[in-house]
Design a protein around this ligand. Structure first.
Ligand code: IFM
Length: 443
């Protein structure tokens, strides 16, 4: 197992969470979100579960943050609907007070606060106005950004505008797996573009305030063709544009990938080209979320993008996701070579779900320990190969609301009993704490 001393001096070890997944949205005056609407419709979420109580972090944040003593950083998000219950207009001071206390509590524990402004809980009122398909959302998001930064901007170490734009747009508007649950190509193209525009507007506002350390968090997957047949090679290349290049390319070059233009181009808003300058303004860092690999084959009888996944025989997580640590190295080196160069990268999410059980007061999650250890090795290897990776955040600090999978899938380093809210640190947590110990440079 690698240890802290094997990583660069200023490398940050942390854990990540998001507001709706842990806080308990029923508390503190938060407004309804499109996830509440989505979860209320039978069939969308396992057991129709929602984030009303979640981990009750809203009341338990102090004890939760105590568990991070010894780490360097904490990645969390503010909830738009907690700050602005209707998305715009009246501010919920109680919500801002909560984030104010939270940031202070993070700092008191010697942790750098890594803020994400949007991690998916769109206020329901804005969803009713078209949500991410409505171009006006860019301005609404900019206003929300200013309100949050007025309160906590003086104390956060870094700001990400949006978490996983691919999920916000493609997974939610094309595949229909996440709120708002659409399967509509026009809505998808507009959501893709408006997410980018909202990022651009928020970056402009943040820069104008003199805020630094600004970035975005994108999710990537390792991809491979199901065979060497030309059609499968082409399918893998198409899906690479859809999955991996859809956001990094416009952000870094101001252009959409070829397969995106072929599939979504005619659905993009009029004069979309005029926005690309704002969208591709320089960032200070990029967040990389990496979990798994997909194997792609051609599916010519299916609509665009006419690709399909096949299951292959390998170790998988509780989500059924392939465990493929080498893909993290592939992703970091590809990004560095093609897009980011010297710009700092942070692995802002990496982790696995497992059907963890508390037995005699402990959770022996050896699979997760192995997962973490092997992914850290690949980060280390990528740094050796010249990638400017500056931190690793385990997803997630604790078991939480895994969106359409409800509370069944456990990603945490800390086990949460959702009946009693009891926290039990898993063996992987103890291992990571040892790895990052400063006194002996780790284990
Ligand atoms: O739980 C999610 C998180 O909200 C975003 N990234 C992936 C995680 C695991 O699915």
């Amino acid at each position: 197992m690698l240890k802290r001393a094997d990583f660069p001096e200023n490398f940050l070890f942390g854990a990540a969470t998001s507001a709706y997944q842990i806080e308990g949205h029923a508390f503190g005056g938060a407004g309804p979100t499109h996830w509440d609407t989505f979860a209320a419709k039978p069939g969308n979420v396992v057991n129709n579960e929602n984030g009303a109580v979640a981990c009750d972090h809203y009341h338990r944040y102090e004890q939760d943050l105590d568990l991070l003593l010894g780490f360097d950083a904490y990645r969390f998000s503010t909830s738009w609907a907690r700050v602005l219950p209707e998305g715009r207009g009246p501010v919920n001071q109680e919500g801002l007070d909560f984030y104010d206390r939270l940031v202070d509590a993070v700092l008191e524990r010697g942790l750098k606060p890594f803020l994400t402004l949007y991690h998916w809980e769109l206020p329901a009122t804005l969803a009713d106005l078209g949500g991410w398909t409505n171009r006006e959302i860019a301005g609404w998001f900019g206003d929300y950004t200013d309100i949050v930064m007025d309160r906590i901007g003086d104390r956060v170490a870094s700001v990400a505008t949006i978490n996983e734009p691919w999920c916000v747009s493609y997974l939610s508007h094309f595949l229909g797996h996440h709120a708002p649950g659409l399967r509509d190509i026009g809505a998808t193209a507009n959501a893709v573009h408006n997410v980018l525009l909202a990022h651009g507007v928020a970056m402009e506002r943040l820069r104008a305030r003199g805020q630094d350390n600004l970035g975005i968090v994108l999710n990537f997957e390792a991809l491979r063709p199901g065979s060497q047949k030309p059609e499968d090679l082409a399918a893998a290349a198409t899906y690479d544009d859809v999955m991996n290049r859809l956001f990094i390319q416009p952000l870094m070059t101001g252009t959409y990938p070829d397969a995106i233009m072929a599939g979504l181009g005619s659905h993009l808003p009029q004069r979309w080209q005029d926005d690309m300058d704002l969208i591709s303004k320089p960032m200070d860092w990029l967040g990389v979320n990496y979990y798994t690999r997909q194997t792609i084959v051609a599916a010519p009888s299916e609509p665009w993008p006419s690709t399909r996944f096949i299951t292959t025989d390998c170790d998988k997580t509780q989500m059924g996701w392939d465990i493929y640590p080498e893909g993290l190295h592939e992703t970091l080196t590809w990004l560095t070579d093609e897009f980011t160069g010297d710009m700092p990268l942070f692995v802002t999410e990496n982790g696995m779900a497992w059907d963890d059980k508390v037995i005699n007061g402990t959770v022996n999650d050896s699979e997760r320990m192995d997962y973490i250890s092997r992914h850290l090795q690949q980060i280390h290897r990528a740094i050796g190969d010249g990638c400017n990776v500056q931190g690793f955040f385990y997803w997630s600090l604790m078991d939480n609301y895994e969106w359409a999978f409800g509370y069944d899938k456990r990603f945490g380093m800390i086990h949460v009993d959702f009946e009693t809210q009891k926290r039990t640190p898993k063996e992987s947590y103890h291992l990571l704490k040892q790895v990052i110990r400063r006194d002996r440079g780790g284990i």
